[in-house]
Design a protein around this ligand. Structure first.
Ligand SMILES: Cc1cc2nc3c(=O)[nH]c(=O)nc-3n(C[C@H](O)[C@H](O)[C@H](O)COP(=O)(O)OP(=O)(O)OC[C@H]3O[C@@H](n4cnc5c(N)ncnc54)[C@H](O)[C@@H]3O)c2cc1C
Length: 298
């Protein structure tokens, strides 16, 4: 029986596993895909380069630590997690059966892409999925945010302090909240409700976004950056029946990454905490240390 089983091989899971191994826990990390979702450096013409330490750089260091420890890894998909007395039983697609005294759930969230012309080609060339990581590159430029929920609204509020003009292209009318009212008051923010994005265009990097306006007119808006902030679905289905989640399916954790179920911890996009690799690296480490403390007290 393992001391700790980590489900997920993204930034949160990899860091949790590296931390647990350093704590000398009998550890297993199970990941359908090694490395999780992509992050990349932004390469945009006529923008100053900045010396930044990215989450990717940090994650690489942790990943290298695990890469040669093949006995702690299983590249497989967990299909079922069952709490049994004082431990947990896991089943996988390849028919493996594992038992662990504690768990870290780091299964991430399913992103929603724009699925329009130019999205793939210009990702990392002005098109980004992370305002926290890339907003600072667009000082004094015109940018667009696509989405309508709170993540999109916060993205606009954050960009409005850096960019020259920010367009929010929302697919549906926005529910009025204090944050939406705040955006309405910002002079350099233009909220376009009921817009449908059709294309992100440009040669070497983003130069414009094309969207159908609510009145049917198709408009090309010149922008240097596009931030995709559509809804995401947390991958919490394995434990949602017995671990507390919020209304959107995020696993609810306390400041120690502990869930309501003793011995179950969670970190990364599957929780309601942030959506940035740098933050998930910290949360992953924290979840493993919390699991270690839990095991010491048993
Ligand atoms: C296109 C894109 C670009 C992004 N760009 C940036 C950026 O520039 N900067 C930034 O900070 N953030 C960026 N993000 C967000 C960032 O990538 C995520 O916040 C981060 O990867 C989440 O880490 P995580 O460990 O929680 O989950 P993930 O990285 O999503 O990893 C989840 C892991 O769980 C595994 N898994 C899921 N279910 C199971 C199962 N049942 N059994 C076994 N394994 C399972 C998956 O295979 C994967 O290994 C971007 C996201 C996307 C989609």
């Amino acid at each position: 029986m393992y001391d700790l089983i980590i489900i997920g091989g993204g930034p949160a899971g990899i860091t949790a596993a590296a931390t647990a191994i350093n704590q000398r826990l009998e550890t297993l990390i199970i990941a359908a895909q090694w490395g999780g979702q992509t992050t990349y450096a932004m390469q945009v013409e006529d923008m100053e380069g900045r010396e930044t330490i990215t989450g990717e750089t940090l994650l690489d260091a942790f990943r290298r630590q695990l890469d040669y420890l093949d006995f702690v890894r299983d590249f497989d998909t967990v299909t079922e997690v069952t709490p049994v007395e004082d431990h947990f039983v896991l089943e996988t697609v390849q028919g493996h059966h594992y038992e662990g005294r504690s768990l870290v759930i780091a299964t991430g969230a399913k992103p929603q892409r724009l699925d329009v012309l130019g999205e793939k080609r210009l990702a990392g060339r002005g098109l980004s999925y992370s305002v926290d990581t890339h907003a600072g590159l667009f000082l004094g430029k015109d940018v667009a945010v696509v989405g309508q929920g709170r993540r999109a609204q916060w993205a606009v509020a954050s960009l409005a302090h850096k960019a020259h003009r920010v367009y929010l292209l929302a697919y549906e009318p926005l529910v009025t909240t204090p944050l939406v009212s705040k955006l309405d008051q910002m002079e350099n923010v233009q909220v376009i409700k009921d817009a449908r994005v059709q294309e992100v265009g440009g040669d070497a990097s983003v130069e414009y976004i094309v969207a159908a306006m609510p009145d049917g007119e198709v408009r090309e808006i010149p922008v240097k950056g596009v931030f995709v902030k559509l809804a995401r679905t947390p991958n919490s289905g394995l434990v949602r029946e017995w671990v507390n989640c919020d209304s959107r399916g995020h696993i609810i954790v306390d400041s120690y990454c502990a869930t309501n179920w003793p011995g179950v911890f969670a970190a990364g996009d599957v929780t309601h905490v942030s959506e940035q690799v740098l933050v998930h690296i910290g949360e992953g480490a924290k979840s493993a240390i919390s699991a270690c403390h839990y095991l010491l007290m048993r």
